[in-house]
Design a protein around this ligand. Structure first.
Ligand code: DAH
Length: 345
């Protein structure tokens, strides 16, 4: 029986040699690898082999099958190449390097631009997982069980038996899709000692129904600084620098008092630009920020008497929509080349 295997592979090569169409290819493939093909016949013969011979022959059949699959894959790729050449015509050489490369998606370009600006003032990028647990997303950020954002109406929970044991200082936990990048504050502080100076751009999820301004999947950029003697002045000057670099010297920012469970005091940050379409000269809300709450420091084992810090967060789509005058968030995800091409350099 042994030499049958090599012969089979040779036979396949000969048959394939005369094939120049997909239909022809499929027919030969079925003859060899199909449910009533030659390999199947060998497998049936194998059943009647002696007990001692079976393992060795079994191995040979499997090798032969793998060889055949390789031969067929190679032929298929050659067929596809020659079909492509037929479509392109003789004057186009598909092996030439492409003259025009693709461009970054506007949301990726925004994230890169932001990281580059923050990098200049000593920030590094820290990333965290999109699948999170309630402790990182809420408890450690001083958002206790009564906080409405934790409700399944807003947060996307994984149902079933998927629970994690023993994450930082906690028992069993539910997995969720993170609803804010503030989780990375916690992960970074647990992993590193101060001083810290990070931003964390990334994807976030909420149970929102999609419309022109909402998406269940969107992006945020978080910022966190921890050091000795940090004040609101540091926070405001860093955000002022960032927004001027991003939007131009004429950009002004202002802080309004607000509330976030993980900062105290907390602020809402607005910016305005003399020319920004319909919003020219108007204050537009873009970021939340504040001084890191002592309970957040305690949750990660930092001494709140020794360390101080600030945090901020903003939505990347929202900022991109304002900057580029995009009026429908869905455009970012529809992958329509006519939209995306406008952002290509
Ligand atoms: N995580 C907040 C949100 O999703 C945004 C935010 C506000 C982040 C204040 C911060 C902050 O770091 O200090 O709405």
């Amino acid at each position: 029986m042994d030499h049958n295997f090599e012969e089979l592979v040779e036979q396949a090569k000969v048959h394939l040699g005369g094939v120049s169409t997909h239909a022809g290819f499929e027919k030969v493939k079925a003859d060899f690898l199909g449910p009533s093909g030659k390999i199947k016949t060998l497998l049936t013969m194998l059943a009647s082999a002696s007990k001692e011979e079976k393992p060795r022959l079994g191995k040979l059949v499997n090798n032969c099958k793998a060889c055949l699959e390789g031969v067929f894959a190679e032929k298929l790729s050659a067929l596809e190449d020659s079909e492509l050449l037929d479509v392109l015509g003789p004057e186009i050489d598909p092996s030439m390097p492409i003259a025009k490369r693709g461009a970054l998606h506007p949301l990726s370009a925004m994230q890169e631009a932001m990281a580059e600006i923050f990098h200049r003032i000593g920030f590094t990028v820290a990333l965290g997982p999109e699948v999170e647990t309630v402790w990182y997303c809420y408890d450690a950020l001083n958002m206790d069980e009564s906080h409405p954002a934790r409700d399944a109406i807003d947060t996307l929970y994984f149902h079933g038996d998927l629970r994690v044991k023993n994450v930082a200082k906690h028992g069993d936990e539910d997995y969720i899709l993170r609803s804010q990048t503030s989780t990375v504050q916690i992960r970074t502080m647990l992993a590193e000692k101060p001083p810290l100076r990070i931003i964390s751009p990334g994807r976030t999820f909420r149970r929102d129904t999609m419309d022109a301004t909402h998406s269940a999947n969107f992006h945020q950029c978080e910022g966190l600084v921890v050091d000795e003697n940090i004040s609101v002045v540091d926070l405001k000057s860093v955000l002022d620098f960032f927004f001027k670099e991003l939007l131009g010297e004429k950009c002004e920012i202002r802080f309004r008092p607000s509330f976030f469970p993980f900062t105290e005091p907390s602020f809402e940050m607005d910016f305005r630009l003399p020319s920004m379409g319909k919003l020219s000269g108007q204050w537009v809300e873009v970021a939340g920020c504040g001084m890191v709450h002592s309970k957040v420091f305690s949750a990660v084992g930092y001494d709140p008497n020794m360390w101080s810090g600030y945090a901020f967060g903003f939505g990347i789509e929202r900022l991109a929509m304002l900057m580029y005058g995009v009026d429908d968030i869905r455009l970012f995800y529809q992958n329509d080349a006519r939209f995306l091409r406008q952002f290509a350099a």
